[in-house]
Ligand binder design. Structure first.
Ligand code: NDP
Length: 290
C-alpha cells in the first residue's frame, strides 16, 4: 500500500519526511519555495513540481511542513480547489485554534484534514523512536495510517483537529520545564567550577527517579485528591527559599525558579500547605487568585 504522496516544504523537517517516504517506496512529489532544496530528493527519485498547485495535483495524500500557518495558508491559497477529494496532512507546528481554522478551510475546499505534531527531530524521522501525533478526519487516518508510518510511529489522539497540537504543545511544555531545571542546575555547579559534564551523570538518574512520581500525580490531578505522604508544599516552600538564595549567592539569575516559587507560596497562602506538589496544577488551572 504505497500511496503517492506530495510533500510541500523542504526545510530540515520536510526534507526528512520526503526522504522517509521515498525510502519506503512511495511515489513522491515535492515542492519548495527555494527550488534548490529539491535537488537531492530528485536524485533519490522524487518528482519535482514546478508550483505548489502542481504538487497538490500529483497525489491523493498531501503533506505540508513549513515554517508556520501563515506560510502554509499563503502556499495553499494557490491550490485551494485542487485539494478537493484529497487528504491534507499538516505537520506544521501551530496552536489548536490554528489547526481548527485550517481544518475548516480544508473542508471548504472539499478536502479531508489531518493535523499532526511531530515528536522528533529530522534525524529521527523514519527511524525507531520517532512519534507523530495525529488528529482530525478519522477515515483519512485509517486510510493512510500505514503510509504515514513511513515517518515513524503514529498515534491518533482524536477527531477534533486541534488535539494533536494540544498534545504536542503540552509535551513541549514538559520538555522545556525539564530543560529549564537542568540549565539552572548546571549553571549552579559551573559557578563553583564543577564541569557540567561531571555533574550531569547525577542528573539523569535523579530525574528518571522523579518521573516515577508522574502516574501518581496524574491520578491526584484527575481525582482532585492532593494529600501526600511524600513531600508537602510547606517543605518545598523552604527548599525554594534555599535554592533561590544559593543561586543569587553564586551571582546567578534565579528567574527560571521564581515563578515556580510564587506558585508554591500561593498554594501555602491558600491553605494547601499540607498538600503535595500536584496541587500546583489546580492553581495553574485557576490563574486569577481568589
Ligand atoms: P526550516 O527553517 O528548515 O524550513 C522552513 C520551511 O518553510 C522551508 O521549506 C521554507 O522554504 C518554508 N518557508 C518559510 N517561509 C516561507 C515563505 N514565506 N513562503 C514559502 N515557504 C516558506 O524549518 P523545519 O523544516 O525545521 O520546520 C518546519 C516545521 O516543522 C515547523 O513548523 C517546525 O516547528 C516543525 N518541526 C520541526 C522540527 C525540527 O526539529 N526541525 C521538530 C518538530 C516539528 P524555503 O526553503 O524556500 O525558505
Amino acid at each position: 500500500n504505497r500511496a503517492p504522496v506530495t510533500i510541500i516544504g523542504l526545510g530540515m523537517m520536510g526534507s526528512a519526511l520526503a526522504r522517509a517516504f521515498l525510502k519506503e517506496g512511495h511515489p513522491t512529489t515535492v515542492w519548495n519555495r527555494a527550488a534548490g532544496k529539491a535537488g537531492t530528493l530528485a536524485a533519490m527519485g522524487a518528482a519535482v513540481a514546478g508550483t505548489a498547485a502542481e504538487a497538490v495535483a500529483a497525489s491523493p495524500l498531501v503533506v505540508i511542513c513549513v515554517l508556520d500557518y501563515e506560510v502554509m495558508n499563503e502556499i495553499l491559497a494557490s491550490a485551494g480547489g485542487i485539494l478537493s477529494g484529497r487528504v491534507l496532512v499538516n505537520l506544521t507546528n501551530g496552536t489548536p485554534a490554528q489547526a481548527r481554522n485550517a481544518a475548516a478551510w480544508a473542508a471548504r475546499q472539499g478536502a479531508e484534514y489531518l493535523d499532526g505534531g511531530i515528536m522528533a527531530v529530522p534525524q529521527m524521522i523514519g527511524a525507531p523512536g520517532a512519534l507523530v501525533l495525529y488528529s482530525g478526519s478519522p477515515s483519512s487516518f485509517t486510510m493512510y495510517q500505514q503510509s504515514l508510518e513511513s515517518l515513524g510511529a503514529s498515534h491518533y489522539v482524536g477527531e477534533d483537529p486541534g488535539l494533536a497540537s494540544l498534545y504536542d504543545l503540552a509535551l513541549l511544555s514538559a520538555m522545556f520545564g525539564m530543560f529549564g531545571g537542568f540549565f539552572q542546575a548546571v549553571a549552579m555547579v559551573r559557578a563553583e567550577m564543577i564541569p557540567a559534564s561531571v555533574f550531569t551523570p547525577l542528573v539523569i538518574p535523579w530525574l528518571s527517579a522523579m518521573m516515577n512520581a508522574f502516574p501518581r500525580m496524574a491520578q491526584a490531578v484527575d481525582t482532585g485528591e492532593h494529600g501526600t505522604d511524600v513531600s508537602s508544599l510547606n517543605i518545598n516552600k523552604s527548599s525554594f527559599v534555599n535554592l533561590i538564595e544559593a543561586s543569587r549567592d553564586l551571582g546567578l539569575s534565579a528567574d527560571l525558579m521564581t515563578p515556580l516559587q510564587a506558585l508554591v507560596n500561593r498554594g501555602v497562602a491558600e491553605g494547601y500547605g499540607a498538600d503535595g506538589l500536584s496541587r500546583l496544577v489546580e492553581l495553574i488551572r485557576r490563574p486569577i487568585s481568589t
